[in-house]
Design a protein around this ligand. Structure first.
Ligand code: HEM
Length: 489
């Protein structure tokens, strides 16, 4: 018995010792080593704090910034990313920051171009990207236009009772983009798709809450917070729902009721799930992952673009008039069509200027998968590279002293001319081999929605609107978007 007790205490002691070594290595040695490597190359940043990294300080700065109101200007960078703004001032355009124990090199300097850093790209990932590219371009995209028009039509039908009254369009656009996403992703199964997206919305809120929470070493593996338990539950429910739709489609093919899994996005994924080539085959988790990406990447962002474009047109009614004149010239009072959509030059300029001032996503992240050279810097392989392009979009050195003014005419001769051929000055859809595959989809959806609204209404800002852009996955108006609509009939 005595021997057993000694053995037990010795084993416990050994486990504690290994745990201590693990914590010391990951949470002290690695972090200090990275700080040393970077500072010896002139890159400084807020010092790493045990477990939390810089998250406590960042949360504090955000809390303060988001509790204040701002004037109705487009100089939004200090409010949207107060920590990045303040660290740049203190440490320079490129600095080292800590998301918990994860080191991030934050880049806001156009000289340092990040696409030479490659996140590992498996064959399967390349295939997933190809699939998404196929689903959201060319003929497939053209085939989605009627669903987009039908969804905008449903939204505008509801607006008829609200004529002349104030309307909160943030929620309206949320329903619209969610419906378009469900219809285009899930086709005939779109009602089930909507349920999945509802769960994803809940999951988004929870992920937002737990993002900056410290992950306590070892204990975090055994003890889960209420939010983490809830998010695991939602993950499981989403997986079950996607599996249910996949099974339904498989059964229909097996019983001969239909001859394919469908031509919507989910249909393409189910095809890939059945790929005879194992290397290319997607697992059910991959299928769920793709649905999630589509939702997060597609719905949230397009929603944001629509909101800020509408806000800017409500403020700058001269541009609203120009946009309407163009829509009437191209479509008259008919519904938009794919050929006409490509002719909307003024609206393209307005959308680009909106994306510059209010980019729905403010940064892209790349992982160094090996030690790499970036400009004069040698980066250790555990580093994330965070390109905060909102800083570039608001940099007077790139855009001139009128950088914070809404001037769509900058883009009159295209993006290359507006940026002086400096690709990193304007990258709302990211860049390089990981850039957004849904760009055409979301621009098409935005153009259709704007055209159909402009054909029917004039709109202005309501006196109750409070200007408070907030990055919550995508850039949102914190207190909603209140506008006044007047029918043109
Ligand atoms: C205004 C709307 C949108 C904006 C501003 C936007 C922005 C972005 C950005 C910044 C990235 C990261 C690129 C990078 O890492 O370099 C991205 C990736 C992605 N976007 Fe979008 N996006 C939008 C709409 C959409 C839509 C509608 C879809 C789907 C139909 C979509 C699907 C994706 C996917 C799948 C990726 C990952 C690409 C990859 O990793 O290979 N996005 N998007």
């Amino acid at each position: 018995m005595g021997n057993l007790l000694i053995l037990f205490i010795a084993s416990l002691g050994l486990c504690l010792f290994v745990a201590l070594l693990y914590v010391l290595y990951n949470y002290w040695w690695v972090t200090h080593r990275v700080q040393f490597i970077m500072s010896s190359q002139g890159i400084r940043g807020p010092p790493y704090e045990f477990i939390h990294g810089n998250n406590k300080q960042i949360l504090q700065m955000q809390k303060e910034a988001y509790s204040k109101l701002m004037a109705l200007t487009h100089d939004i960078f200090p409010r949207v990313l107060p920590h990045v703004y303040s660290y740049i001032k203190k440490y320079g355009k490129n600095y080292l920051s800590w998301n918990g124990v994860q080191a991030q090199l934050v880049i806001t300097d156009p000289e340092l171009q990040g696409d030479s850093l490659v996140t590992s790209e498996s064959e399967k990932r390349a295939r997933q990207r190809k699939l998404a590219n196929y689903a959201f371009h060319g003929e497939s995209l053209k085939n989605m236009i009627p669903a987009m028009i039908a969804s905008v039509g449903t939204m505008l039908e509801k607006w008829k009772d609200k004529e002349g009254k104030e309307m909160e369009v943030f929620q309206e656009f949320r329903f619209l983009t969610s419906e378009v996403t469900s219809r285009t992703a899930f086709g005939s199964s779109y009602l089930e798709g909507e349920k999945i997206f509802d769960m994803l919305t809940k999951l988004t809120l929870i992920i937002g809450r737990i993002f900056y929470k410290a992950n306590i070493p070892i204990i975090g593996k055994f003890w889960k917070s209420v939010d983490e338990i809830e998010s695991n539950k939602l993950e499981k429910m989403i997986l079950d729902s996607v599996m249910k739709i996949v099974k339904q489609r498989e059964e229909k093919v097996m019983t001969g009721e239909v001859d394919s899994f469908g031509h919507d996005f989910l249909g393409l994924l189910v095809n890939a799930y059945h790929d005879p080539d194992e290397k290319n085959r997607l697992s059910i988790q991959d299928v769920v992952g793709e649905c999630k990406t589509f939702y997060f990447a597609g719905q949230e962002t397009t929603n944001s673009l629509l909101e800020w474009t509408t806000l800017l047109l409500a403020i700058y009614t001269d541009w609203q008039d120009k946009a309407r004149a163009e829509v009437v010239e191209v479509f008259g009072n008919q519904n938009p069509n794919s050929e006409g959509i490509t002719k909307l030059k003024t609206i393209t300029m307005i959308i680009n200027e909106t994306l510059r001032l209010y980019p729905p996503i403010n940064s892209v992240v790349r992982k160094a998968v090996r030690d790499v050279q970036l400009g004069n810097l040698v980066l250790p392989n555990c580093l994330d590279l965070n390109i905060r392009f909102i800083a570039l979009h608001h940099d007077p050195a790139l855009w001139g002293d009128d950088v914070h003014l809404f001037k769509p005419e900058r883009f009159a001769e295209g993006i290359a001319k507006a940026t002086n051929n400096n690709a990193v000055a304007f990258m709302p859809f990211g860049m390089g081999h990981r850039s957004c595959v849904g760009m055409s989809f979301s621009i098409t959806e935005t153009k259709i929605a704007l055209s159909m609204i402009l054909q029917r209404y004039t709109f202005t800002l309501s006196p109750t609107y409070v200007h408070a852009p907030l990055p919550n996955l995508s850039l949102k108006p914190q207190h909603g978007l209140h506008l006044l609509f007047h029918s043109l009939d």
